[in-house]
Design a protein around this ligand. Structure first.
Ligand SMILES: Cc1ncc(COP(=O)(O)O)c(C=O)c1O
Length: 458
């Protein structure tokens, strides 16, 4: 029989996959190291088991003990897998910047999760690292791995990730690209590759706003500014960042990182997180000037499933003003319009009584309502016009809506652009949204003006 003793046997030995369509025009070979295929779906499974093995060996983690760690999520998942298999309890401290998917994932693996504000500064009591340290100090029989300083973190990559890349590329790797969170991946893998060949270039991919690029280039620590990519970049230099193994740091914007991550899913079928997008942008920049002998490997840090409510959601991208204007469609405006608007389209049939329709509009605070027949728009009721007519002719209240309705609002397709919607709204107070031949939504002038995107023409 062929089987693993437990799920931890699945960690590591991840394959390389060539980037094809997105590397168009590039002579070098660009390869993705598929770390999202680890059992906890990220590169951090490697260090979870390594830090726990070390703690067990050193006797600092005893049977029935509690693991307490500060994490952007993935290290927590790696640790929680080990805890599940070996019977430890886990408490993880994450900031409110981390995706809700990672938080739920950790809870599903049996961990307790404490959330702190991302705005708390390092060293203050609310900061996620200070909070984890305090909880560890207050919890009997606990172990605080401290991935930012634990030597088993870079060591795990020195022992596994580095040798795997050397072997998989038959020693032909010329560039290695990784982000820096704790610094473990780049320091450990970088050290191994540099020992094999000093010619291998180690490139750090870092969000604009993080401190690493200036630190590498000047030795100075500048003030960090916020960015949205999770898991990489820092405000301080963790002990596990061994910058001597890093040749160059490339800064990448949130917009570039998220767009690259989305493209990797759509065009290469590699469904990944935002930090993978950061790495990929840096990898393409490094590969651009290389000839056929170039072999550039970047890390796929984790799965896109951790970010379904984040950058893989058009709604989130639109809210963060990261979606390119041409990608803001009528369908997206309809889905993300004013939270107070009804979520499903409210419509009436041409046969309904005017009095009933007015009562419905009053109840739902609607000024306009489309009149639909078999999914098609046949007219529109404008409350103020119908009320004005009913004042003079009360019996109209008993008539069918077809007797008082106006012409239909213009219809746009779900995929029509925000500019098309705006154009129609100049002459009509509302437009209807059609999807596969059925009217499924309505957009008013208010919906466009109140949208988090503001004026969609910008
Ligand atoms: C999503 C993600 N990408 C990249 C990294 C960076 O890896 P490292 O901590 O080895 O520098 C992390 C680490 O937290 C992460 O969570």
């Amino acid at each position: 029989m062929k089987y693993y003793e437990n799920v931890l046997g699945l960690i590591g030995r991840t394959p390389l996959v060539k980037i094809n369509r997105l590397a168009f025009g590039i002579k070098a070979t660009v390869l993705a190291k598929m770390e999202q295929l680890n059992p906890g779906a990220s590169v951090k499974d490697r260090i979870g088991v390594a830090m726990i093995d070390a703690a067990e060996r050193e006797g600092v983690l005893k049977p029935g003990g509690t693991i307490v760690e500060a994490t952007s999520g993935n290290t927590g998942i790696g640790l929680a897998l080990v805890a599940a298999v070996r019977g430890y309890r886990c408490i993880f401290v994450m900031t409110d910047k981390a995706s809700v998917e990672k938080r739920r994932y950790l809870k599903a693996l049996g961990a307790d999760v404490v959330v702190t504000p991302a705005s708390a500064k390092p060293g203050t009591p609310d900061h996620y690292i200070s909070t984890a340290q305090r909880i560890a100090a207050e919890t009997p029989n606990s172990f605080y791995p401290n991935q930012y300083a634990h030597p088993a973190n870079p060591e795990a990559h020195y022992r596994t990730t580095g040798p795997e890349l050397w072997e998989q590329t038959e020693g032909r790797i010329t560039h290695f690209v990784a982000g820096l969170g704790t610094g473990g991946s780049i320091s450990g893998t970088g050290r191994f590759l540099k020992e094999k060949s000093s010619a291998v270039r180690i490139i750090g991919a870092d969000p604009y706003g993080s401190v690493f690029k200036t630190y590498k280039e000047t030795g100075q620590l500048v003030a960090a500014t916020p960015y949205l990519v999770e898991g990489i970049g820092q405000e301080i230099i963790p002990e596990n960042v061994h910058i001597k193994y890093v040749d160059e740091i490339i800064n990448v914007t949130d917009r570039e990182s998220f767009e690259a991550s989305r493209q990797l899913g759509k065009v290469e079928g590699i469904f990944c997180g935002g930090s993978t997008g950061t790495n990929f942008v840096a990898a393409l920049r490094a590969a651009r000037h290389l000839d056929e002998n170039g072999v550039v490997v970047f890390i796929v840090c984790d799965t896109g499933e951790h970010y379904l409510t984040k950058h893989h959601s058009d709604e989130w991208m639109k809210e963060k003003r990261l979606l390119e204007p041409q990608k803001i469609t009528a369908g997206l405006i309809n889905e993300t319009k004013n939270l107070n608007s009804p979520k499903t389209l409210v419509s009436v049939s041409p046969h309904e009584r005017v009095a009933d329709v007015l009562a419905k509009m009053n109840e739902l605070a609607l000024s306009y309502i489309p009149v639909l027949e078999e999914g098609k728009s046949v007219g529109a009721v404008r409350e103020n016009r119908v009320l004005a007519r009913a004042l003079d002719k009360r019996e109209l209240l008993e008539s069918p809506v077809s007797d008082v309705m106006d012409v239909s609002f213009p219809v746009v397709d779900v995929d029509d652009s925000a500019a098309d919607v705006t154009r129609q709204l100049r002459s009509s107070p509302a437009v209807l949204v059609e999807e596969y031949g059925r009217i499924t939504g309505i957009i008013t002038r208010h919906d466009v003006l109140d949208s988090p995107m503001g004026n969609p023409r910008e």
